[in-house]
Design a protein around this ligand. Structure first.
Ligand SMILES: [Zn+2]
Length: 459
């Protein structure tokens, strides 16, 4: 019984309004949610899916053999789960390869100490013999501008950490990531010859974290690498305390011509309004470091399991729920863009839900739409109370569904506990041993419940 009522109040209300009892005991879809929760937690199938993806395929950077294998795997997985209309939708993707050499050392008064680094995705190589130069450490583009007279011919070292006073690690990441994305362009503008960027991670350890970086046509392209947070501190100490400090950087990465690739798509067709579609998805590509377990193998496992749970339980929604495994989120977003531009004249997307924040315990969903549709979505929060994932808040979505958002489709992002995500993100640490079976399954359950009720009731 609801705790805010005493028994006496309860009986008085019951005498006056018999419908009160009804409203207190029967809530639509409660039993549906309960079945999804118990079935998922018992089978923990999401973890089995993730295990297959991360062990039999592993890393799957766009354009790589791993990505090709992942497409085939995704298709056969959807077929084996009995999804309808399983298909690939083709697109072109960038093809960048890391090469077999990425190393750096700091040379202080002739003595060399190696540094833990990796190339940023999209970087050009250094010459074979590497680049050896003085280093200018800065913490922002403004500081770089103020020191531009000292930058010429140097390696520019961007060393602004993620702000650890922020509760939201995504906010901390956003506050630092311009160094990785645009550092090479800003450094080259003032005469820098390479960049080293402090890894975008909440951890202090010796693992470098890669990620996308960009060039622009009007500015010289210079090589770019990430350095582990511990070695960023080491380098900074040397620069502070020693006079004659140089860094040697060797990268052998390469930008190759674009190659064909694909999104993988499958669905449960709606029984009454099949042309009204709820999209659920994550991205199938990953970086080439680690195994892409949290980013975004977890999202792939969530998506496949969310739909499979409905299949398994025989819940056929009135509207179509479509699972999309997007290609190339990490370094181009070509999958998300391609999906949104495919002509589907008879169809209407009523919502798109993305999961790309890792396989941690879900807390709820973030929703971007107008306030009327927000309320229609948020009314179902009670169905997620049983798994502690009932916080439905304004603002959310995902990179792959952002193009659909621009077309007016409500976009929704699965929110999970985020304290550990950037410990592993884009690095060799992103492996399945960092994923908890039950936490991963709970994300799939939350996605399954919300997508089902939206497909059943509309928005
Ligand atoms: Zn991701």
């Amino acid at each position: 019984m609801n705790q805010i009522f005493s028994y006496k109040t309860f009986y008085i209300l019951l005498l006056l309004y018999p419908s009160f009892l009804f409203s207190q005991t029967i809530r639509p879809y409660d039993s549906v949610a309960k079945k999804i929760i118990t079935t998922g937690l018992h089978s923990r199938n999401a973890y089995k899916i993730l295990e297959e993806l991360t062990t039999s395929i592993g890393p799957r950077l766009s354009g790589s053999v791993g990505a090709e294998k992942a497409i085939e795997w995704g298709k056969s997985k959807m077929k084996s789960f009995g999804f309808d209309n399983v298909r690939t939708e083709s697109l072109m993707v960038p093809h960048w390869v890391r090469g077999n050499k990425e190393e750096a050392s700091v040379i202080v008064n002739g003595k060399s100490t190696s540094l833990s680094i990796c190339a940023l995705g999209g970087s050009i190589a250094t010459p074979n013999e590497g680049i050896t130069a003085d280093v200018l450490e800065v913490h922002s583009f403004e500081e770089l501008q103020s020191k531009k007279d000292q930058a010429n011919g140097k390696i520019i070292f961007f060393n602004r950490p993620l702000d650890d006073t922020k509760f939201s690690t995504f906010e901390a990441y956003s506050g630092a990531v311009n160094q990785r994305g645009s550092g090479a362009v800003e450094a080259a503008k003032v005469g820098g010859i390479a960049v080293i960027v402090r890894s975008m991670t909440t951890r202090l350890d010796n693992v470098p974290h890669t990620g996308a970086m960009n060039y622009i046509d009007t500015v010289a392209k210079i090589p770019a690498a990430a350095i582990s947070t511990l070695d960023a501190n080491v380098l900074s100490e040397f620069l502070l305390n020693e006079k004659n400090v140089k860094v040697k950087l060797v990268l052998s990465c390469e930008i190759l011509p674009d190659v064909p690739s694909a999104n993988v798509v499958g669905e449960i067709r709606g029984s009454e309004f099949p042309n009204e579609v709820v999209v659920i998805g994550g991205h199938l590509d990953s970086w080439d470091k680690g195994r892409g377990a949290h980013d975004d193998g977890a999202g792939v496992a969530h998506t496949l399991e969310a739909l499979y749970l409905l299949k398994e339980l025989g819940f056929q929604p009135k509207r179509t729920i479509r699972a999309v495994l997007f290609m190339n989120e990490e370094n181009g977003l070509h999958g998300g863009k391609a999906y949104a531009t495919v002509s589907r004249p008879s169809e209407k997307h009523i919502a798109a839900i993305e999961t790309d924040a890792g396989g941690f315990s879900p807390t709820g969903f973030g929703v971007s739409t107008d306030s009327i549709r927000f309320e229609k979505i948020a009314q179902w929060a009670y169905l997620l109370e049983g798994i502690n994932a009932d916080r439905i808040r304004k603002g959310g979505g995902g990179a792959d569904i952002s193009e659909l958002g621009k077309q007016g489709v409500p976009t929704i992002g699965l929110r999970v506990d985020q304290q550990r995500y950037f410990d592993y993100h884009h690095s060799n640490s992103d492996t399945i041993d960092k994923v908890n079976e039950r936490e991963l399954e709970l994300g799939a359950i939350a996605l399954s419940i919300l997508s089902f009720v939206l497909a059943e009731e509309g928005i």
